[in-house]
Design a protein around this ligand. Structure first.
Ligand code: ATP
Ligand code: MG
Ligand code: MG
Length: 375
């Protein structure tokens, strides 16, 4: 059988590797860390840096097709991989998602609605951007940000003045969206151009990190259809091969704004592991290896709860004793605060997704009462 090459050793690589193994494929990983979550389950690995030419070449020689769970390979590194083996999604798609400004430009060209934004290349551009956005904005580093890291939230002119100008430029400034809820769509596109969308997910964050996902999102069917057709349109416009998470805001008037895209498996798609016959990881592996894409059918409703840091990890023994929960751990030794350690899926018959108190009852100690009340 074929060997799938995965750049990156994190949990997304681990779960992709497990899906590939189920289908009978070998998996070869590129990671700097032999103890990484993906290495533990892969068939073999190249241990080296993502921008080390020798490591990239060695990795590519071992595989039939290359994909990513880590997005930040340099343009030079991407060209090396592409000169040796098929790279899916293409390096050009990764380059767009690596840079928030390139991403916003491209999404605008495609016709996607975005929150108002300004480029902030340096301190000189900062004041004008803040004024244009009425002093209600989020400054984000253009590259390498995740889980809300590298973001500065400003609610008024006073907070803006207090922030100062000594910031990690270049930044992008975004107007704060008073969203009704956050949703996402996992969209996959195969080599033959076939597109599959999983059902729309509602996402709730805590401290900038995804905390809970609900599937299906409790939104009107017409809005769900609009979200899926937007995700499909973005995937087709980018000529995506593989899976992509599209994060969106539902604004106060029920309109859709695109927050960001992630051309890889995505945390907000983890519920598919227990609520779909074919989950996001298998869908991704199939797309990357050129197999036909099955339907993205959801057989159950689902709630996904992330296990973050030492507090959630301390509850794992309790989770193992709770009925109806599927536990997925990533094999990380050190439970640092804010670190994603695993997740739990609870599934329900279709149409029987419980309300806040029902979810709290099923997840037990994993949800704090104060959080569960405002679900
Ligand atoms: P990820 O881990 O999803 O890659 P990230 O660090 O790239 O996160 P964003 O997705 O840009 O960060 O923002 C994190 C969260 O902050 C969003 O899910 C949303 O809750 C909030 N947020 C971001 N931008 C805005 C905005 N313009 N208006 C309101 N809330 C926002
Ligand atoms: Mg992001
Ligand atoms: Mg995000």
């Amino acid at each position: 059988g074929a060997t799938l090459g995965i750049v990156g050793g994190g949990q997304l690589g681990r779960m992709s590797a497990m899906a590939a193994a189920r289908l009978g494929f070998r998996v070869h990983v590129l990671t700097p860390d032999i103890d990484s979550p993906a290495c533990e389950v892969a068939s073999s690995a190249t241990i080296g840096d993502y921008d080390d030419e020798v490591a990239l070449r060695d990795f590519a020689e071992h595989v039939d097709a290359v994909t990513f769970e880590f997005e930040n390979v340099s343009a030079h590194g991407l060209r090396i991989l592409e000169s040796i083996k098929p790279v899916r999604p293409a390096g050009a798609v990764l380059e767009i998602s690596q840079d928030r400004i390139a991403e916003k430009r491209r999404l605008s060209e495609i016709g996607a609605a975005l929150a108002p934004w300004r480029e902030v290349p340096d301190a000189a551009a900062l004041a004008a951007a803040a004024e244009a956005l009425d002093y209600r904005l989020i400054l984000k580093t253009t590259r390498f940000g995740y889980d809300g890291k590298g973001q500065f939230r400003i609610r008024d002119a006073e907070e803006f003045a207090a922030l100062g100008t000594d910031l990690p430029y270049p930044l992008v400034a975004e107007g704060i969206v008073d969203f009704e809820r956050e949703i996402s769509v996992m969209v996959a596109r195969g080599l033959d151009g076939d597109v599959r969308c999983f059902d729309v997910t509602e996402n709730r964050h805590r401290n900038g990190i995804l905390d809970l996902s609900l599937a299906p999102a409790p939104i009107p069917p017409a809005l769900a259809a609009q979200a899926q057709s937007m995700a499909r349109h973005i995937a087709e416009s980018l000529d995506l091969i593989g899976i992509m998470g599209v994060e969106m805001f539902v604004d106060a008037r029920g309109g859709l704004l695109i927050n960001e895209i992630a051309p890889r498996p995505h945390n907000s798609g983890h519920w598919t592991m227990n609520a779909c016959l074919v989950d996001q990881f298998e869908m991704h592996v199939r797309a990357v290896l050129g197999l036909p894409l099955p339907e993205a059918t959801r057989h159950s409703d689902a709630v996904m709860k992330n296990l973050i840091g030492p507090d959630d990890m301390a509850l794992c023994d309790a989770v193992l004793r709770m009925p109806g929960l599927a536990l997925h751990l990533y094999g990380k030794d050190e439970a640092r605060p804010g670190r994603k350690m695993g997740h739990v899926n609870a599934i329900f018959p279709r149409g029987a997704l419980p309300g806040p108190f029902g979810i709290a009852a099923v997840l037990g100690p994993l949800v704090e009462p104060v959080v569960s009340e405002d679900i």
